[in-house]
Write a protein that binds this ligand. Structure first.
Ligand code: AHR
Length: 502
């Protein structure tokens, strides 16, 4: 099969906000306890944080990390996680039916985030709590001193404020499963009043209001319209979530799901424009896609187990073991975000460690990279710069979710500072190799080209504790300079990163 892709220096989408490669850590299962935090572990630092995990997180170069939830945040009292650890209460977490020891709270997470080289994106509880709790938390985190909450932070050992800019106004408030679930009008009103109070403290905060939990919600997309009508002037982002599953779908159907993601983004972009026009506003609201990933491998058995268990602390939960097929899917999802970089400014892979995550740990033992670690790492490390509007000429197929799905899923990024053009390409054809002609114009002459490939003959191949390198990227020899661009042949069902140095 042949594909022809044209990139021109003048055809751009937007400058990519580096926070497109954000991540998410929730107090859920073993994400925190025996994930990032395990005081007795041989690699633990003086704060009890696992250095082996920190190294793998740094490898992803994720610029922002959302915390502490997720569903967890909607019944969370942040004050339980401050002060001497021995005095912190154990609470029941209603979202996941577990016990929360509170040995990790905002201080420990802030230290971890600094060590990981990532900024904090914090969520306030608008489920069981509200405006007052939110403004106290923001004061605790961001005020230098001389007030009740900021002085308490200082007393607890943190003299300088953390100056967190990005705040989520609750989590998935459209979901009936959410503690304190609300209607769009109720939530919109509360979010607006909370945003006003936070802005009275600091108008430069960036605030994220909850959109739909996914695009199959019965309230979607009216939820977005109502919530934005209530909050438009006060918020900067609307949050969307989407998880991808493959319960007995053909791979071609599974890999077509990003078309649904694309439509979801397009629709919500339209709703934002509608509310903007209705309000005669000059201001733009953008999308924060702050939960996305493949999630299904353990989902049904987890729901069953959860109903039966007796409030365990840090149990195995949502520990999906990803396969090679998921590499292709994660590559297509990230490409969709790059192609929508004009409206999607923040996106967070959900989650980061152990819980539907690229990084796994064994308690007391090793940490390793799941298959999906690699496409995320490549996009985050090399997908910075300007997103290019590519012209793609390739055969396509009809899937249940959409007609005309291109066998080639590709996104291109120009990094003017580094002098590179990077293309992330997924061959969605299961039998045919594909020769891709990359015609690039207006960037000057291509000097060299590198091709990195992720390929496995078994779509089910996984990285595990005992075989952590089953699916890994390799340097391929197949790419050559051709004219101003390059030509590369990629195998069936494969992920490629093609980097042209200008
Ligand atoms: O990431 C797992 C869960 O998925 C989050 O807690 C929730 O926000 C979403 O439903």
């Amino acid at each position: 099969m042949e594909a022809r892709v044209t990139a021109h220096a003048r055809y751009t989408i937007a400058d990519i906000d580096k926070r497109l490669y954000g991540s998410f850590l929730e107090h859920l299962g073993r994400a925190v306890y025996t994930g990032i935090y395990e005081p007795g572990h041989p690699t633990a630092d003086e704060n009890g944080m696992r250095r082996d995990v920190l190294d793998l997180v740094r490898g992803l170069d994720t610029p922002v990390c959302r915390y502490p939830g997720g569903n967890f945040v909607s019944a969370y009292n942040w004050e339980d996680g401050i002060g001497p650890k021995s005095e912190r209460p154990t609470r029941l977490d209603l979202a996941w039916r577990t016990a929360e020891s509170n040995q990790v709270g905002i201080h420990e997470f802030a230290d971890w985030a600094k060590a990981a080289g990532t900024e904090m994106m914090l969520a306030v509880n608008l489920g069981s709590r509200g405006l007052d709790d939110a403004r106290n938390f923001v004061e605790y985190v961001n005020h230098p001193g001389g007030s009740y909450w900021s002085d308490l932070r200082r007393k607890n050992g943190q003299a300088d404020p953390w100056n967190v800019k990005l705040w989520c106004l609750g989590n998935e408030m459209d979901g009936p499963w959410q503690v304190g679930h609300k209607t769009a009008v109720e939530y919109g009103h509360l979010a607006n009043e909370t945003a006003k109070a936070l802005r009275a403290f600091d108008d430069s905060l960036e605030l994220v209001v909850c959109g739909s939990s996914h695009s199959d919600m019965p309230t979607y997309p009216q939820w977005e319209a109502t919530v934005l009508e209530e909050t438009y002037d006060q918020v900067d982002y609307i949050s969307l979530h989407m998880y991808f599953e493959n319960y007995e779908k053909k791979t071609s159907e599974f890999l077509a799901l990003p078309e649904k993601l694309d439509r979801y983004i397009g629709t919500v972009g339209g709703v934002i424009d509608y509310v903007k026009a209705k309000k005669r506003s000059k201001k733009d609201v953008r999308i924060s896609f702050d939960e996305w990933n493949v999630w299904y491998h353990e989902r049904r058995s987890d729901s069953k187990r959860m109903k039966e268990w007796d409030w365990p602390h840090a149990p195995v939960l949502l520990e999906d073991v990803y396969n090679f097929e998921d590499v292709l899917q994660v590559g297509c999802i990230l490409n969709t975000f790059i192609r929508r970089a004009d409206v999607v400014r923040i996106a967070c892979i959900a989650q980061l460690v152990n819980v539907i995550a690229p990084i796994m740990t064994a308690p007391g033992g090793a940490a390793w990279r799941q298959t999906i670690y690699f496409p995320f790492q490549f996009a985050s490390n090399h997908g910075r710069g300007t997103a290019l509007r590519l012209d793609v000429d390739c055969a396509h197929y009809d899937a249940d979710i959409a007609a005309g799905v291109s066998y080639l899923d590709i996104a291109g990024v120009h990094d003017a500072d580094a002098g590179t053009l990077t293309f992330f390409a997924i061959n969605r054809h299961g039998e045919e190799a594909m020769t891709i002609d990359l015609c690039v114009e207006g960037f000057g002459k291509a000097k060299s080209v590198e091709h990195t490939l992720i390929k496995h003959d078994d779509l089910e191949a996984r990285n595990t504790k005992d075989a952590p390198e089953t699916v890994v990227p390799v340097k391929a020899n197949g790419a050559t300079i051709s004219g101003n661009g390059a030509q590369v042949t990629v195998p069936p069902y494969s992920y490629s990163m093609i980097r042209i140095t200008l």
